[in-house]
Every structure is written in C-alpha cells, then in structure tokens.
Design a protein around this ligand. Structure first.
Ligand code: ZN
Length: 267
C-alpha cells in the first residue's frame, strides 16, 4: 500500500497538464524542475563530446535567430519557459541535417542543417519547431507514458528509476535512440513553432518550402525529421490552415520592428 501511494503521488501532482495553444490534455509524470535539470546535464555532456563552433558568420546567424526565437517564446508562453536560460550551440557536423532543444532552453543546431534551412526564416522555422517540442513538454509526456509501460513490465523497480528516467527523457528529446515524438506532438510542434517564428519576425510562409526541403533529406536524425512527422501533404495542409493566424502575428511583429527602427533613427 505504501509503495502504491509512493507511485501514485507524483501522478497527482504532475499528472494533469495542458499543452499551450492547443489546450490538449497531457499526462506528465515529472516536474518541470526535474526536466530542466536533466536538460542542463545532457547539454553539458553533448558540448564536451562534439565539436562546437564559437565564431564566424554561421555561428552569428544561429545566435541571432535563436535569440529572436527565444524572446518570442518568452513573450508567447511565459509560464512554459519559467526557469529557462536559453543557449544555442552550433555543432560542426555537415552530415547531420538536424537540430534539437532540451528542457531549460538548451538548443543545438548542426552545421548540416544550414544549407537545407537555406535562410534565416527557414532556420527559425526549424528552431522554433524544436523549441515548441520543449515548451509543450513532449519529451516528458513521451517519457511518462514509457515509464508507465516500463513500470508495468518491470514491476516498478524504484531503485533503478533515476537512471532509467534519465535515459528515457533524453531519448524522448531526440538525444539517443527510440521514443520518437507522436504525430499529434509533431503537429503541435509545427503549430506552436509557426506562431513562435512569426512572433519573432520570421516569415511563416517559408515553413511550406522548408518542410518540403526537409522531407527530401535523408541524413541526420530520422526519428525526429522523417518517420513520425505527418506525411508531407497533411503537414502542408495543416500549415495552410494555421497560416492566417501566423501571418497576423508576423505582420504585427514586422510593424513593431519598423516602428522601433523609426524611433531609433529619430534619436
Ligand atoms: Zn518534431
């Protein structure tokens, strides 16, 4: 009985949650602070292993786009990003057409993504999509379902929980194997990502040619960008549905930017 209470308590506290924007109810068995801690640890580990670019035009572009995307995410979903300290790493690997984001706002882009992203709008769409997965806590949601599955099979071996949870969460965010995001999560990341990119002043219309280009790629992380993403026709249809809302946000962002520029020239 005691054991059962121990197992069920976290569900009571963290089990009920809703995804931002879509309002979809989620089952998440993990606190945000636990998630942020795991994200920070994983980020530090990756930075040690990979070759990190820290200067030059490509690096500056990733910082510029990343900062705008982060500011927009802070404005749109302040609750979801509480406690985040954004960081955008550029990893030198021309064969990886990939990017990821971890809880706590730790993000990475591989150099192989840049030619496919083609321009800052394209890069912003991909980065905002990754940021959206984190904001909607998709990794923790996926991991929570897996833990329940694993708990059922393994009879809840609590002693191994920490280690196993960590592996499950990290692989849920694309750092490792297995646990792809579901199609529902991918659509949600597309929608939130589109709004974030538009709010950041990047042209949301670029999303359609961008995801077409990404669909043709077969390098990088197949789990994140290939197998579970909505089929390209469904995806493009959905993007078209969300486009009027995204364009409103984009037009407002652009108007705001040009007003600021005018004020600056008057100074
Ligand atoms: Zn995705």
């Amino acid at each position: 009985m005691h054991r059962l209470i121990f197992i069920l308590l976290p569900i009571v506290f963290f089990g009920c949650s809703h995804a931002p924007e879509t309002g979809r109810s989620q089952f998440i068995w993990m606190s945000s602070s636990q998630e942020i801690k795991l994200g920070q640890e994983a980020f530090a580990q990756v930075l040690q292993k990979e070759k990190i670019v820290t200067s030059g035009k490509k690096y500056e572009m990733v910082q510029r786009v990343g900062e705008k995307v982060a500011l927009a995410a802070d404005r749109l979903y302040p609750e979801a990003v509480r406690g985040y300290k954004w960081k955008f790493a550029l990893i030198q690997d021309n064969d990886m057409v990939n990017a990821w984001a971890l809880p706590g706002g730790k993000c990475a882009v591989y150099t192989g993504l840049l030619p496919v992203a083609k321009n800052e709008d394209g890069l912003a769409i991909v980065m905002a999509h990754e940021v959206a997965h984190v904001i909607a806590r998709h990794g923790a949601e996926r991991a929570s379902h897996s833990m329940i599955g694993a708990a059922g099979v393994a009879g809840m071996a609590m002693t191994d929980m920490d280690k196993r949870d960590k592996l499950i969460v990290l692989s849920a965010y694309g750092l490792g194997v297995a646990l792809p995001f579901s199609r529902t999560q991918e659509s949600e990341a597309d929608q939130l990502g589109l709004y974030i990119a538009a709010e950041a002043g990047f042209d949301p219309r670029e999303a359609i040619p961008l995801w077409r280009r990404m669909g043709k790629e077969n390098k990088g992380a197949p789990l994140e960008f290939m197998s579970t993403h909505p089929s390209s026709t469904t995806r493009i249809q959905q993007l078209r549905e969300w486009m009027p809302e995204a364009m409103l946000r984009y037009d407002t962002a652009i108007a705001h930017e040009s007003a600021l520029q005018k004020i600056n020239t008057l100074k």
